[in-house]
Ligand binder design. Structure first.
Ligand code: GAL
Length: 683
C-alpha cells in the first residue's frame, strides 16, 4: 500500500537516536567524533533540538540558531537526516518566570514552580503563542534544509491535568459544546445522585470522584486539550513546510491521552518503547511489547510506524533495569520491525555528563568509545537494517483484532464495582492477545470506534462502556459472518457511564443470545472451576480454574459450551456461543486461567482455518510475524527464551540477509532472531 506522505521518510529503514548536540557545544572534539561514530553505527537519522529552547531563544524574542545551523549542515554533510523537534516540551526558565500563567496549577490549586519538563498549561494563550512563534521560526529557517526529513513535534505529550482558571473555563466551554445545556448534562451525568445537580457551568469542578461521568469527561477534555495544543503546534509548521511529514512521540497507551485522535493528524505514528527485559518471564515481556507495537501499527490502520525511542542498554528511571543479554538488543529491535516499524531509534545517542539522565543507556557512553558491547550491538542492528531496506513497503495482514479501548479503560478506572481491586483491564486485553500471539498471526489492537469489517475474529474483553453505535457495529460484524468474543463486565454502561436498563443494549443481547444478572468477585486467595460440556463445539475437555470475576448469565438463544463447576452457581453458563446471521458470538463469564483462553482461541482459529502459512508450530516463547507485499514475504522468528529453540517451516526459505537457503528446520539461539524470505506465492 502506498502512503505518499511517508514515501521519502521510509525510502529506507531508519536507524538513529536522540542527539543532544546542544549539551556539547563547548567540546568541539566530541562533536566532531560523533559523526564518525554515527557512520560506524550505521545511523541515518538523528532526533535533534528536542530540549533546546533555552539555547534557541536565550532571551524573550531573541533567537540564536547558529549552533542548530551548524548541526543541520553537519548532518547533511554526513548523509544523516534530521527529525527536527519543536521545543515545547521544556520551556526555558525565563519564560516560566515572565509568564506565570504558562505553568500548571495542581489539584490543590497551587501554581507549580518551574521544574523538570512537560510542566506547562495546554490552554494558556501566551504559551501557545510563544510555541507558535518558535515553531514558525524553525520552519522558516529549515524547511528547505537538505537534512530535514521529519518534524518531531514536542516530546511525549502527557495528560497531567492543569487546574487553572483558563483550563476550567475551557472545560466548561467543552461541556457546553458536548451537552448543549445544563439539563442535558445533569441527565447524562445522573447528577441528582448525592445532590450534585448543577445550575451553572462554573459550579462544575473536575475534582469529584463520586461523579464518575464528570471525571470521565474531564479525562476526555484533557486529551482533547492536548490534541488541540498539538494541532496548534502542527499548524504553525504545516503552513510553512507542508511537504515535510510530521509526528509526535507517543508513549505506552495508559497515559490518559486518546492517541487514536492524535493519529488522524500525524503523518506517521512514532512511539517510545522501554520494556523491562530479564526481570520476569521474557516471553511475557515480549508478548506485552508485541501488543504495544501492534497497537501503534493499528492507530493508522496498518501503516508502518516508527520506533522512535528505545534504550540501547539500561533505562535509568526504572527501579531495576537489567543489562540486555547477548542477542536481546537485536531481538527487541527486530521485533519492532517485525510488527511494522520502519526503523529503530534510541534514547540516546550520547550519555549526558550531568542531569537526571546521565546514567541512562546510550549508544556512546561516558567511556566515549566504539569499543563497547552496546556500541557493537547497535552497529549490528544498523547494518541489518541497511540490508533490509526492501522491506519498507511491506505490511502485515491481521485477521484478528483485540479491542482495547481507552475511553472504556478510563470508565473502568473510575467505576466502583465489586472486585474493584483487580480490574486490570489492559492486562486482561493482553492475556487474550497472548493466546493469539502464540500462533504467529497478525493481530491488530483496535478501539471501539474501529471499523470491524476487515477482521475475521474480534475479541473485546471487559467492554464495560459500550455506545449504542459500537454495539450496532458489533451486531453487524457478527451478522456478516464475523466471530466476536466478549467477557464478564461488558456492555454495562453507555459512554456517559449510565447503566443500561433491561440487560444489555438490545443489539448486544441479540448478538450474544444471553443476558447477565449478577457479578461475583473473588478475593486473590479464592478460585473456582468451570467444566467443558460434553460434545461442545470447540472440543474443549475437562476443567479450568477461574479467579477474580464470575458473572452469572442466562442464555436466550446461545448454546452453553462450558459451565461453572463450583459455588452455588455450579451449572450456570461459563462459556456460550450464539449463532447470529452468518457469524458467531462467544461470551466468557468468568476471568479464567490462560490455558482456557489458549484452548478456546486455538479451537476458534482452527475452525476458521487461520494459521501462519510458513510455520508448522511455534515453541513457547518464540514468536513469528510475516511482513509481505505482492512480491515477497519476510518471516521474522524471534526467540524470547533463554534456551535454544527450533522452528519447523512449511517451505524452503532463504535468509533475508545472506540470501542463503535455510532448510526447513531453523535453530534459534537463546534470545536469537532470524529473518527469512520467500516469494509471495510460495506455500
Ligand atoms: C522518554 C523521553 C526521553 C527520555 C527517555 C528516557 O520517555 O521522551 O526524553 O527521557 O524517556 O527513557
Amino acid at each position: 500500500m502506498a502512503y505518499p506522505r511517508t514515501q521519502k521518510l521510509f525510502s529506507k529503514l531508519l536507524h538513529g537516536a536522540d542527539y543532544n548536540y546542544e549539551q556539547w557545544l563547548d567540546s568541539p572534539d566530541i562533536l566532531a567524533d560523533d559523526f564518525r561514530l554515527m557512520r560506524l553505527a550505521h545511523c541515518n537519522v538523528m532526533s535533534v533540538g528536542i530540549f533546546s529552547w533555552a539555547l534557541l531563544e536565550p532571551q524573550n524574542g531573541h533567537f540564536d540558531f547558529g549552533w542548530l545551523d551548524q548541526l543541520m549542515d553537519q548532518l547533511a554533510e554526513n548523509n544523516i537526516s534530521a527529525a527536527l523537534a519543536t521545543p515545547s516540551a521544556a520551556p526555558p526558565a525565563w519564560l516560566s518566570h515572565a509568564y506565570p500563567e504558562t505553568r500548571r496549577v495542581n489539584v490543590q490549586k497551587i501554581r507549580q514552580p518551574h521544574q523538570r519538563r512537560q510542566n506547562f498549561c495546554y490552554t494558556s494563550p501566551i504559551y501557545r503563542d510563544k510555541v507558535a512563534t518558535i515553531n514558525r521560526a524553525l520552519a522558516e529557517r529549515y524547511h528547505n534544509h537538505p537534512a530535514l526529513l521529519l518534524w518531531h513535534v514536542s516530546n511525549e505529550y502527557g495528560s497531567s491535568a492543569c487546574h487553572c482558571d483558563l483550563c476550567y473555563a475551557a472545560f466548561h466551554r467543552w461541556l457546553e459544546a458536548r451537552y448543549g445545556d445544563l439539563d442535558s448534562l445533569n441527565r447524562a451525568w445522573w447528577s441528582t445522585f448525592w445532590s450534585h445537580r448543577y445550575t451553572s457551568w462554573e459550579q462544575i469542578e473536575p475534582i469529584d470522584p463520586s461523579m464518575q461521568a464528570l471525571m470521565l469527561d474531564w479525562q476526555r477534555f484533557i486529551s482533547d486539550q492536548a490534541l488541540d495544543f498539538f494541532l496548534a503546534e502542527a499548524n504553525a509548521l504545516r503552513q510553512i513546510a507542508p511537504e515535510i511529514p510530521l509526528t509526535t512521540n507517543f508513549m505506552q497507551p495508559d497515559v490518559g491521552l486518546d492517541y487514536w485522535r492524535f493519529a488522524e493528524y500525524v503523518d506517521v505514528i512514532a512511539w517510545d518503547s522501554y520494556p523491562r527485559w530479564h526481570q520476569d518471564d521474557d516471553a511475557i515481556t515480549g508478548m506485552r511489547t508485541a501488543f504495544y507495537h501492534d497497537l501503534h501499527r493499528s492507530y493508522k490502520h496498518g501503516q508502518p510506524f516508527l520506533l522512535i525511542e528505545s534504550t540501547p542498554s539500561v533505562t535509568n528511571w526504572q527501579g531495576v533495569s537489567r543489562l540486555k543479554k547477548p542477542g536481546m538488543h537485536k531481538l527487541a529491535s527486530l521485533q519492532a520491525v517485525a510488527h511494522g516499524s520502519n526503523g529503530v531509534q534510541y534514547f540516546q545517542w550520547r550519555q549526558s555528563r550531568g542531569g537526571e539522565e546521565k546514567f541512562h543507556g546510550a549508544v556512546v557512553t561516558h567511556l566515549n568509545s566504539e569499543n563497547t558491547r552496546v556500541f557493537r550491538d547497535v552497529s549490528e542492528v544498523g547494518s541489518i537494517l541497511e540490508k533490509l531496506s526492501d522491506i519498507t513497503p511491506t505490511s502485515i495482514s491481521a485477521p484478528i483484532a483485540i479491542m482495547y479501548d481507552f475511553e472504556n479503560e478510563w470508565a473502568i478506572q473510575y467505576a466502583q464495582l465489586s472486585g474493584s481491586v483487580h480490574k486490570n483491564y489492559q492486562e486482561t486485553c493482553r492475556r487474550h492477545y497472548g493466546a493469539f500471539w502464540r500462533h504467529g498471526l497478525g493481530i491488530d489492537v483496535i478501539n471501539a470506534r474501529t471499523d470491524l469489517t476487515p477482521y475475521r475474529v474480534v475479541v473485546a474483553p471487559m467492554l464495560y462502556s459500550l455506545s449504542l453505535e459500537s454495539a450496532a457495529r458489533i451486531e453487524e460484524f457478527v451478522r456478516g459472518g464475523g466471530i466476536f468474543v466478549t467477557t464478564y463486565l461488558s456492555g454495562l454502561v453507555n459512554e456517559s457511564d449510565l447503566c443500561y436498563l433491561n440487560g444489555y443494549p438490545p443489539t448486544l443481547r441479540r448478538t450474544l443470545g444471553i443476558y447477565s444478572e449478577e457479578l461475583d468477585s473473588l478475593t486473590d486467595q479464592q478460585q473456582g472451576s468451570i467444566i467443558a460440556c460434553a460434545g461442545n463445539s470447540l472440543g474443549l475437555q475437562g476443567s479450568y480454574q477461574f479467579h477474580h470475576y464470575a458473572e452469572l448469565i442466562h442464555t436466550e438463544s446461545a448454546q452453553v459450551l462450558a459451565s461453572y463447576n463450583s459455588d452455588f452457581y455450579a451449572g450456570y453458563p461459563a462459556l456460550t456461543v450464539n449463532a447470529h446471521g452468518s457469524g458467531q458470538a462467544y461470551f466468557i463469564s468468568p476471568r479464567t486461567e490462560d490455558r482456557f483462553l489458549q484452548d478456546v482461541y486455538s479451537s476458534i482459529l482452527n475452525r476458521a482455518g487461520l494459521h501462519n502459512p510458513l510455520i508448522k508450530a511455534l515453541p513457547v516463547g518464540v514468536s513469528a510475524q510475516i511482513r509481505s507485499d505482492q512480491d515477497r514475504r519476510y518471516l521474522f522468528l524471534l526467540n524470547f527464551s533463554d534456551q535454544p529453540q527450533q522452528v519447523e517451516l512449511t517451505a524452503d526459505l532463504h535468509d533475508a540477509l545472506t540470501a542463503a537457503p535455510t532448510g526447513r528446520m531453523i535453530t534459534l539461539l537463546p534470545y536469537g532472531s532470524s529473518i527469512l524470505t520467500t516469494n509471495a506465492d510460495s506455500t
